[in-house]
Design a protein around this ligand. Structure first.
Ligand code: FES
Length: 193
């Protein structure tokens, strides 16, 4: 193993030993790597991190980042630098469903603030927090490119647009009933990453 990743979370060697992509995820990772010239596997880092985040509970622990580094044959710090730069990657545990409410101009003008307050009250959490049952984390995000259907929120690969309080109730109920982790790779990521 190379230099360990330093972040807010502590590195645990025992946990690291248990981390391995499932066969299906590994196939996807190999497919992603094959799209780049030989020796340029570092270019595959972003899509591979998305697979890793979906595979290992919705966040990238130091052990997972170290594992990704070993798969791509790069340094753990190179993984951490990228993972800590992009807000789509979570460096601490999150709920199965991360609700990201856009708070930029169009959404803000169309009531995003009220939607955030409504979700906070409904889930009994503040922005940045996770519900006690581990089901939901609430975040705010900058423009998600759906300004014409503001206000909106993203959860994994799904966009929910033209939000009203009733729609928010339905979205939360559906996710609760489904009970599974939602990720950015929920679409057919073999074709989209
Ligand atoms: S301002 Fe919210 S999607 Fe663009």
């Amino acid at each position: 193993m190379g230099a360990q990743v330093h972040g807010a979370q502590k590195f645990d060697q025992a946990k690291r030993a248990d981390i391995k992509f499932s066969e299906e995820a590994m196939k996807t990772v190999e497919l992603i790597i094959s799209r780049y010239p030989q020796g340029k596997q570092k270019s595959a880092l972003l899509p591979v991190l998305h697979v890793a985040q979906a595979e290992f509970g919705g966040w990238l622990s130091p052990e997972v980042m170290d594992y990704v580094a070993s798969v791509l044959n790069i340094k753990p710090i190179e993984v951490f630098e990228v993972a800590s730069f992009y807000t789509m990657f979570n460096l601490k545990p999150v709920g199965k469903c991360v609700l990201e409410v856009c708070q930029t101009s169009s959404c803000w003008l169309n009531g995003a603030e009220d939607i955030v307050k409504y979700i906070e009250k409904k889930l009994n959490i503040k922005v940045g927090e996770t519900t006690k049952d581990g089901m939901f984390t609430l975040k705010v995000a900058e423009c998600l490119g759906s300004c014409g259907t503001a206000p909106m929120l993203q959860c994994g690969a799904s966009f929910h647009e033209n939000l009203t309080y009733e729609k928010v109730d339905a979205i939360i109920d559906n996710y609760k009933a489904e009970g599974r982790l939602r990720s950015y790779t929920d679409l057919d990521y073999k074709n989209t990453l």
